[in-house]
Design a protein. Structure first.
Length: 161
């Protein structure tokens, strides 16, 4: 008899959990769609967009410099003052597809990640470099270009402000 009283409660909790998961998925998809812009672009227009960002931060070396021989980070000292950052911007171009993608990620989202951000984990070809940065590294670096990568017909630029 007691099991029958708990059955509707358990069913209600299960339905509630399903609705919460669906709501979170819908919210996540909607949020990404609002912050991601993918548009057709020519190589010249894409290069112009990249140059505009580079020009804005021309007096400051990128935090992470990649070359054929390896990578070099221009990390500020551990005692450098932290700057309040608002957004991590991503600009990516794929010449084969002829598309330019823009994505903006609120900086508070990066602060939620415990431990370093490992670039090699997410980008093919960078695995052997073992590059990692933390949100604190970015805050000490301040506004500027984090990394400017170009490989073949693909190009990506990350910057914070």
């Amino acid at each position: 008899m007691k099991a029958r009283r708990w059955a509707p409660i358990l069913f209600g909790v299960a339905v509630f959990v399903v609705f919460v998961i669906l709501g979170a998925a819908i919210f996540g998809i909607s949020w990404v769609r609002n912050h991601l812009d993918i548009a057709p672009s020519s190589a010249a227009d894409a290069e112009s967009a990249f140059d505009e960002v580079r020009q804005r931060y021309r007096d400051k070396a990128p935090l992470l410099e990649l070359s054929e021989t390896g990578a070099r980070t221009n990390r500020p000292s551990e005692d450098a003052p932290r700057t309040t950052l608002n957004t991590l911007h991503v600009l990516a171009f794929d010449a084969d597809e002829g598309r330019l993608a823009r994505f903006d990620l609120p900086f508070w989202f990066l602060r939620l990640k415990e431990g370093p951000i490992r670039f090699g984990t997410y980008a093919s070809g960078l695995d052997g470099l073992r590059i990692s940065l933390t949100a604190a590294d970015l805050e000490r670096y301040g506004p500027g270009i984090v990394v400017d990568v170009g490989r073949g017909d693909e190009r990506a630029l990350l910057w914070v402000n």
